[in-house]
Ligand binder design. Structure first.
Ligand SMILES: CSC[C@@H](O)[C@@H](O)C(=O)COP(=O)(O)O
Ligand SMILES: [Zn+2]
Length: 203
C-alpha cells in the first residue's frame, strides 16, 4: 500500500529524471501516484518539476479536489483523475512536453501510429515488434473538464486503449501500474516518437 512519503519520493525522482531528459521545460509537466487509501498524490501547480520538494506534492481525491483547503494541485489534475477512475490498475501518471511530442502532435491529428518497433514490447500485451499501436491525439483545450470529456468519449469507442495519449501541440500523458512502469512506458514512447521525427526529416 503506497503511502504519501513513498509517493513523494517517487514523484520527486521522476521529476528529476524527466527534467534531465528535457521533457519538462520551464514549469511544464505534472506527475502523480495513487495512494493506498484511494487518494492521489500529485504535483502542485506551477512549480519546476525538476526541483520538487516534499511540499511540491499534495493530495487530492479521485474527484480532483484537494484534501487540504487552499492547496493548488496541477492545473491538469482532472486528466490524472480521469485516468485513475477509468483504469483501476493505473498507479502512476506522467505528463511531459518533449520536442518530438510537441512537433509530431502538431502535424498529426487523430492518432500517431507506431509500428514495427522493438520497443513496442513496452506496451501491455505486445510480445513482438510485429505490432502497431495508435496513440490518440486530442485537440488541446484549456478547459480540462471538456478535454477529459473528449478523452472519455474516445476511450468509449476503442476496443483496446493504449496507456497513453497526446495533446496537440502540448504534451503527452502515459500511465502504468507504478512509477517504474510509467517511466518505462514513457521512455519507450518518447524513443519511438524521436525515431518518427528523425524518419520524417530524412524523407
Ligand atoms: C509551462 S505552462 C504548462 C502548463 O500549462 C501545463 O500544461 C503543465 O504541464 C504544467 O501545469 P501545472 O499546473 O504546473 O501542472
Ligand atoms: Zn502540460
Amino acid at each position: 500500500m503506497t503511502g504519501l512519503a513513498e509517493a513523494r519520493a517517487a514523484i520527486i525522482a521522476a521529476g528529476q529524471r524527466l527534467d534531465h531528459l528535457g521533457w519538462v521545460p520551464a514549469t511544464a509537466g505534472n506527475i502523480s501516484v495513487r495512494l493506498g487509501d484511494g487518494s492521489i498524490a500529485i504535483t502542485r501547480s506551477g512549480g519546476h518539476k525538476g526541483f520538487l520538494s516534499d511540499d511540491g506534492v499534495i493530495r487530492v481525491g479521485l474527484d480532483g479536489v484537494p484534501l487540504r483547503e487552499g492547496d493548488r494541485p496541477s492545473a491538469e489534475t482532472g486528466l490524472h483523475c480521469g485516468i485513475y477512475r477509468r483504469f483501476a490498475a493505473a498507479g502512476a501518471v506522467l505528463h511531459g512536453h518533449s520536442v518530438p511530442v510537441t512537433v509530431l502532435s502538431r502535424r498529426l491529428a487523430g492518432s500517431i501510429r507506431l509500428e514495427g518497433y522493438e520497443l513496442l514490447k513496452a506496451f501491455p500485451g505486445l510480445a513482438t515488434h510485429q505490432a502497431a499501436v495508435a496513440l490518440p491525439v486530442f485537440e488541446n483545450d484549456q478547459d480540462i473538464a471538456r478535454l477529459q470529456d473528449a478523452v472519455e468519449t474516445r476511450w468509449a469507442e476503442e476496443a483496446t486503449i493504449p496507456p497513453g495519449y497526446l495533446l496537440r501541440g502540448h504534451g503527452i500523458y502515459v500511465w502504468g501500474a507504478d512509477m517504474p512502469q510509467a517511466l518505462m512506458r514513457l521512455e519507450a514512447v518518447e524513443f519511438m516518437l524521436r525515431c518518427e521525427l528523425e524518419a520524417r526529416r530524412l524523407s
